[in-house]
Design a protein around this ligand. Structure first.
Ligand SMILES: O=S(=O)([O-])[S-]
Length: 104
């Protein structure tokens, strides 16, 4: 089932609830930040590379960073390319769900 995105942003807990449907999540932080802990299944595409991102299908992509600034910029860039993108408010600083990577 595909869903058109309704708004421009979502909270981390809303995203957490959607994770079981395996949405596409891109993390626009730098590689080292991503390596230090990210949402399982998220793809790392640093903000500087986000314009090279291409997407198949109609589903919106969720965009996250550390606290929501870079992801907002990334959402603007993606939308300018015609890609449905939703900012995850508060970023990883607000994320309370599972994290992959980082120190054990
Ligand atoms: O990750 S951030 O750009 O919000 S500091």
């Amino acid at each position: 089932m595909f869903s058109f995105f309704k708004g421009n942003s979502i909270t981390t807990s809303e995203l957490q609830a959607k994770l079981e449907t395996k949405p596409e999540v891109i993390d626009v932080r730098e590689k080292n930040e991503f390596a230090s802990g990210h949402i399982p299944g998220a793809k790392n595409i640093p903000l500087s590379k986000v314009t090279s991102y291409t997407k198949k299908g109609e589903e919106a992509v969720y965009v996250i960073c550390q606290s929501g600034m870079r992801s907002r910029q990334a959402v603007k860039k993606l939308k300018a390319k015609g890609i449905g993108a939703i900012n995850v408010k508060g970023g990883m600083s607000a994320w309370r769900g599972a994290v992959r990577g980082g120190k054990l």
